[in-house]
Write a protein that binds this ligand. Sequence first.
Ligand code: ADP
Ligand code: MG
Length: 273
Amino acid sequence: RAPLSGGPVPRILALANQKGGVGKTTTAINLGTALAAIGETVLVIDLDPQGNASTGLGIDRRARKLSTYDVLSNEATLREAIQETGVPQLYVAPSTLDLSGLELEIASERDRAFRLRNALKALAADGEGVQFTYVLIDCPPSLSLITVNAMAAAHAIVVPLQCEFFALEGLSQLLKTVEQVRTGLNPGLSIHGIVLTMYDARNNLSDQVVEDVRQFMGEKVYETVIPRNVRVSEAPSYGKPVLLYDLKCAGSQAYLRLASEVIQRERAARAAA
Ligand code: ADP
Ligand code: MG
């Protein structure tokens, strides 16, 4: 998509998997932090009514004035909803529980699938304030209209898969939705990559899952595997990304490697274009 102003065009990646608890939010927070740490300017858009990405980035409920609900219902611009986090160069557009009612409210609007795309276009074109180089969209655990808005707005999808027995279950349905969005709404949409999460080296099953997913999805799977790491799960209760909570832990180091892989893929894609 061509830039509408002189600013950088952000790469827009949606974290999607209709299964809950697979690491979408954790990856949005920590990949976002890692990208910011290596020099990108990052916006996390919280599209889950649960608001875990907002909380995990230190924005508690009382601090959420304007939210993604207001943006998607055309009551506010995305710029107005964006807040700073405790991480330099990392920003968040928080969500609130209102978002769970949005789908019904806009179900009969013609632009219902394009609300986020339009908001992002306006953000890139407003010529004010911070311009982002990466936008990460944290999707809810469903293939609802909200997730479709994310897919219609994104350049590519990042799919977190948990290293557990049913990891691949539901993936074909997700890929089918991506295909439908590509035909109907967003022809440029691609799968950026699949990130295996919560890998447990002590569990043989984890290795089996990694092998199966690599066999099935080939090069789409990032080399980096995110280990199960207690520091990763503790960090959100302090309102901090794990990279700020414990930079040296295995989880932080893995998210830094994932960020450099994401950037490498971007460079390779741009060189091929
Ligand atoms: P989703 O957004 O897909 O529902 P979350 O990112 O919220 O998934 O992760 C689900 C749960 O697993 C959360 O409690 C989170 O703290 C925990 N978790 C995620 N990744 C890890 C990890 N690498 N190590 C340990 N716990 C993790
Ligand atoms: Mg989540």
